[in-house]
Ligand binder design. Structure first.
Ligand SMILES: NC(=O)c1ccc[n+]([C@@H]2O[C@H](COP(=O)([O-])OP(=O)(O)OC[C@H]3O[C@@H](n4cnc5c(N)ncnc54)[C@H](O)[C@@H]3O)[C@@H](O)[C@H]2O)c1
Ligand SMILES: O=P(O)(O)OC[C@H](O)CO
Length: 332
């Protein structure tokens, strides 16, 4: 199959490496021309995924027009806040002669101004193509190194198309499940970043395993409540895109969302952390988006609300935790 991966951060690069190793025709298209040149010459993404060589068969492109003439599946591998602009570039470069069958987001965040999920953003920009997300517990470096992982392919697309893409992406190192609950799969991937920040805050405050277990369990309950209230199916949150990604991200020493929370728990200022970032922490803006949604719709999400107050209102993390602990008591 012919894949175009638009965006060459850690995750786009890792997926391009995986697909290329599966024998597919893959073109990785970085945002900047200089990055395309650097990747082509060094055959390594030194900025975002150092230490993993690009397979010789992986093509690095810069011009979208020729790439999109051949691509059957386009993976949009940028931060959530850049998804609309990236999808717009795709729309502008798509000619009448295109093989395109499916557009997938790899991003895990809501668009902060509109509160839209990734597939909704894609659909708004590219209404003529089936859209969805490829999501789940997948740290880029592990996927790039071929360590076994599993994911969910959720899209509003004909089942035969979903199954054929599932087959093409799956192999001994990546097992892909399909889902038609696009909202549930996407909400899971977005929400877990907020709770990974919360888990990191607990680590930064030097709390124990009991705190972490309590936080994760209540976070899952909150994900189900928020997701269901927004139209997703509860059971999706117990799968790879929900529980699976929550566990991976909250435990993973590598997770940028968890590390960000850990620094806040240890006393760092959010503005300072955001000012010096090169890589994306999706949970930061996505917390604001979900907080707005929950306020608008009257959805009770106390952990999410405390993360919001910690990130945006200068609330001290230890006070946020204490307020969660001292909420009114209730049945589980
Ligand atoms: N890294 C992972 O392990 C991983 C795994 C699964 C999903 N994701 C998700 O994939 C998405 C991309 O993450 P990543 O890890 O590849 O990011 P990254 O932090 O490694 O790189 C950021 C990328 O975004 C690009 N970028 C920054 N601002 C942009 C803009 N305004 N317009 C277009 N592109 C812009 C940069 O050029 C770079 O390619 C995120 O939503 C993330 O949650 C990441
Ligand atoms: O490093 P993070 O926190 O962005 O997490 C990356 C992936 O979403 C894990 O599945």
């Amino acid at each position: 199959m012919n894949f175009a991966v638009i965006g060459a951060g850690a995750w786009g690069t890792a997926m391009a490496i995986h697909l290329s190793n599966m024998g597919h025709t893959v073109t990785l298209v970085p945002r900047r021309f200089e990055q395309a040149l650097a990747l082509s010459s060094s055959r390594e993404n030194v900025d975002y995924l150092p230490g993993v060589p690009l397979p010789p068969s992986l093509q690095v492109g810069h011009e979208l027009v020729p790439v999109l003439m051949e691509a059957e599946v386009v993976l949009l591998a940028c931060p959530a806040q850049a998804l609309r602009a990236t999808a717009t570039k795709v729309r502008e470069a798509l000619g009448l002669a295109t093989a395109l069958k499916l557009v997938l987001s790899l991003a895990k965040g809501l668009e902060v101004d509109t509160h839209l999920r990734p597939a909704e953003v894609i659909r708004a920009v590219l209404p003529d193509y089936p859209a969805g997300s490829l999501t789940g517990p997948t740290n880029a470096e592990e996927v790039a190194r071929g360590l076994p992982a599993a994911m969910v392919l959720a899209a509003d697309a004909p089942q035969a198309l979903l199954e054929s893409v599932q087959t093409e992406i799956s192999g001994a190192s990546l097992r892909v499940y399909t889902s038609t609950d696009v909202a549930g799969a996407e909400f899971g991937g977005c929400l877990k970043n907020i709770y990974a920040i919360a888990a990191g805050i607990c680590d930064g405050l030097k709390l124990g395993d009991n705190t972490r277990a309590a936080m994760l369990t209540r976070a899952l309950a909150e994900m189900v409540r928020v997701g269901q209230a927004l139209g997703a199916q509860a059971e999706t949150f117990y799968g790879l895109s929900g529980f699976g990604d929550l566990v991976a991200t909250c435990h993973g020493g590598w997770s940028r969302n968890r590390q960000f929370g850990e620094q806040i728990g240890a006393g760092a200022k959010v503005v300072d952390l955001m000012a010096h970032r090169k890589t994306v922490v999706e949970g930061y803006k996505t917390t604001a988006a979900f907080y707005g949604l929950c306020q608008d719709r009257g959805i009770e999400a106390p952990i999410l609300a405390e993360v919001y107050h910690t990130l945006y209102d200068g609330k001290v993390a230890a006070k946020a935790l204490r307020d969660l602990m001292l909420r009114e008591l209730k049945q589980e």
